[in-house]
Every structure is written in C-alpha cells, then in structure tokens.
Design a protein around this ligand. Sequence first.
Ligand code: DON
Length: 315
Amino acid sequence: MAKIQSFILPIMDYQSVINRIHQEVLPLLKQGKVADYIPALARISPEKFGMAVCTVRGDFFTCGDAQERFSIQSISKVFTLAKVMESMGDTLWERVGREASGNKFNSLVQLEYENGRPRNPFINAGAMVVTDCIVLENPNPLNCLVDFVRDCANNPLLEYDLEVAASEKATGHRNAALAHFLKSYGNLANEVEKVLDVYYHQCALAMSCTDLARAFLFLAYGGIDPINGKLVCGPRQAKRINALMQTCGLYDEGGEFAYRVGLPGKSGVGGGIVAVMPGELAIAVWSPGLNDAGNSLAGTMALELFTTYTAKSIF
Ligand code: DON
C-alpha cells in the first residue's frame, strides 16, 4: 500500500514553478530579436516577460507581465480555424492541407509549386483561406471574430489594436503577394483587399497571457469551456486542432518544439506562445524577442522548463 501511494503525484504548485522559471529565463530576454517587419511591433521592449497557467478547474497562476496585452499575431489563426471548422466541414480541406510546411510561415515558393493550396491553416497563406471562409459566412466578420474570442477568453473588453493592423497593412507586401497568388489559383472567394483587411485585424487582436490561457482552455477540455460548460467546437474538432498545433503550430520549428516542450502549441511574432495539456491546463507565455524561426526565444525555453519541472507533457 505504501508503495502505491508513493506514485501519487503531489498537487502541483504551479505558482512556485512559474516564479522559478521567470527568474531562470531573465538572461535570455535580450538574446531574441523583436519582430520589426511590422513597424508597430518593433517598439515593444524585449524585457517584457509574462506567463499564465489556467487549469480546467478554473485556477489561474500568473507571473511577470501576464496581465499586459500584446499583439497575438499568428495565435489568432487558432481562433479563426476553430470558428470555421464545424461549419465548413471537409470542404475546408479541399482548399488547405494538414501537413507541416517545412518552410517559413510567409514563404511564397511552396504555394506556387503546390498550385495555390497552402500546406496548413497556420502558415500565412493557409490562414488567409480560413479567413476567407469567415468573410464568406459572416456579413460582419470582424465583429463575429472578436465576439468569439471575447467569449473564449471570458473578457468582453478585448479589442483589435488598430495601429498594429494599419502598420501591417501599410507594409504587408509579402502577404499581399500571397493573397493575390491564392486568388490567381481560385482559392480566395472574396476580394483580396477584404480578406487581407480581416486577416490584419485578427493578427492585431490584443490579449494578455491570462486572456490567452483562459481562451485556449476549451482545447484542453474536448472543445468545451470547462469553467462555464459552453460548447465551443466539440471534442472531434478540438482533437484535430490540437493535432494541427502539434504538427504545424510552430512552423519550421515544430519538431524542435515537440522535442523540447512536448505540448501542442501556437506561436505568434508578437512573442506569444500558447500551449495545451489536454485534460489539465492551458499555458500562455510572452517574451517579444524571437529566434530565427520567428518564435519567442525565452518563451520556448519557459515552456520547456515548465514541462520539465512539472512532467506535464503529452509524450
Ligand atoms: O502575417 C504575418 O506575417 C503576421 N501578421 C503573423 C505572422 C506570425 O505571427 C507568425 N508566427 N510566428
């Protein structure tokens, strides 16, 4: 009997764990490079660091700048995908694939030799196809999207950062090229300008680590919000979204992230990363300095330390 009891893990003291991680990653904060291809992001201090854990029981643990809002950028692609997956059904997958791209998130070449069908819904071209579906389905896609994210995060105050959206629009020649390319292959139903406008706004959603950890909780609980019991997308779609995050959520660094962190996750060039431990928790981290793959350098390390110290990993 005594032997069996020794295998029961103690209740995890997440607060101590993330406080310790915060101290340990401080030396890394200056090593990454803040994204500057979107001018409004270039002025964010690389010294920022925040972390938030939200458990399926509704307990929150936070440290550092966890309450400060930042630009979620590509993390938004999980929300748009969750929004359209059920309604589009399998027709979505005729227009976008489900494989890792092995290329940069804004690569043009792959889109050409694969005839305008993006590899997955998280690279920029794939996300534009998903956004096109939202525009098709909704007369006011921006309201629909922000309402969905506010519901997931249980925060009615969330907004688009209009300055960031305008800044990316003014300099987004590569995204415009991708969108025109998609259109030339017949893979955008709406006008390029309209799709890009929604896409830039979704990327410019401003959320904190606390908002993000709360908003991703449905993916740790079979598509249901465990705190209020609302159905967000159902267990089948949640399983699929987690699988896509695992394989494609960190772009060309998916293998490395799986090896080091061992959780499905999604990054953004604003320096945020969200990860999900099914059945247990969602965790968000923010550190604006990026590595060469465009993912948060200290953020990845923080998540690696978290899964190491807590032994919470899907592997
Ligand atoms: O379209 C872009 O380039 C940005 N709005 C989003 C890219 C991004 O966040 C990639 N993530 N690591």
